[in-house]
Design a binder for this molecule. Structure first.
Ligand code: FDA
Length: 316
């Protein structure tokens, strides 16, 4: 109960410009943020990616930021990611990118922004001969779920190589999975990170965990029948991920068919252990200056992180 109040407070705080100013202006909180990101520059993320690759892990790179204000800014984000794809190729990194549609011009309240957003995603996701990786689409707040699905469907129909994040806390996700089935979708399943009303998302963590398990098993069964790509489990819940991997092998999927994706700085020892066991692990590495809302969501996922951050401040 106390945990869920804390979670709500932190997620509400993620929208506060005042709190953002307080947090950003303190060198010490910037230091605490470094736990979850190797640095603000793309080069920091690429270097972290190279180090992870040496330890047998792939990476997914994402530039922090959401809700761009203008088509010009959205075009700049697209151009930035095109240069990231060139850098990835130049370094020969086992890396993909993950994008937020509101960074690529999907504007809340303006359905006409969708067409341009589709074009920007396609500019990144049209298969290039040298690039086998798909572009991952993050899932944001629930008022954007329907439009995010539609963008995914349109990019997919136009031949873009894309994967979509689905959130197990949403009541609608089981139906969304059914809807996507004819596309043989590539899905990264996560629990869900935003503040949502109870009629939209399961409020109790145990229900979210149970739905994650159900959806994960369904995805595996779809993949075994050729109705979906082998799924990606975006979670630090290692026991749950291992149970799903066991189900995948019981369904006849190859041991390396499914992937586990985790965030940089969270359960690093488990990431390395799974990779050493031969599981395909990728680490999502974030970079950029717009880290405030994202950092608040990381604190909300595990309110004990707040005490780590405070201890860091107190300890200097
Ligand atoms: P859970 O919350 O049950 O945590 C399991 C264990 O992991 C905890 O007991 C704890 O030990 C550890 N842990 C989890 N979070 C931690 C943290 N922040 N700090 C320290 N330890 C932590 N969400 C979304 O809405 N849209 C999206 O597009 C994405 N994309 C995405 C990609 C990838 C690769 C990952 C891993 C996650 C996301 N998420 C996301 C975030 C996701 O929805 C969810 O909020 C977090 O992954 C936390 O939930 P877990 O599944 O890890 O389980």
């Amino acid at each position: 109960m106390a945990m869920s109040i804390m979670r709500r407070v932190l997620l509400a705080g993620s929208h506060s410009p005042w709190l953002e100013r307080q947090v950003r202006s303190r060198a010490i909180t910037r230091q605490a943020v470094r736990r979850f990101m190797p640095g603000e520059e793309l080069s920091d993320a690429l270097d972290a990616g190279s180090a992870l690759a040496q330890r047998g892990m792939g990476v997914v790179l994402t530039q922090l930021g959401e809700h761009t204000d203008s088509p010009t800014q959205a075009d700049a984000v697209r151009d930035h990611y095109q240069s990231v794809l060139r850098d990835i190729a130049a370094r020969g990194l086992p890396a993909a990118i993950s994008v937020k549609l509101t960074q690529l011009g999907l504007v809340l309240g303006d359905p006409t922004s969708d067409d341009a957003c589709v074009e920007r995603v396609l500019a990144l996701a049209r298969p290039a001969p040298a690039r086998g990786e798909r572009v991952w689409i993050d899932m944001e707040e629930s008022p954007l779920t329907e439009r995010t699905l539609r963008v995914y469907e349109r990019v997919h129909a136009a031949g873009g190589r894309v994967g979509l994040c689905l959130q197990a806390y949403l009541r609608r996700t089981a139906a969304d999975l059914e809807r996507l089935r004819p596309l043989r979708p590539a899905v990264r399943l996560v629990k869900g990170a935003y503040r949502e009303p109870p009629d939209v998302a399961f409020p109790a963590k145990r229900d979210v965990d149970a739905n994650y398990r159900t959806l994960g098993m369904r995805l595996i069964e779809m993949a075994a029948r050729g109705e979906a790509e082998p799924p990606v489990f975006g979670t630090h819940d290692v026991a749950l991920a291992r149970a799903l991997l066991a189900h995948a092998s019981a369904q006849g999927l190859a041991p390396t068919a499914c992937e586990i994706h985790m965030l940089y700085g969270i359960r690093g020892a488990e990431q390395a252990r799974l990779a050493a066991e031969g599981v395909r692990v990728r680490v999502l590495v974030s970079y950029g200056r717009a880290w405030f809302a994202w950092y608040m969501r990381r604190l909300a996922e595990r309110p004990a992180n707040v005490w780590f951050a405070i201890r860091g401040v107190a300890g200097g």
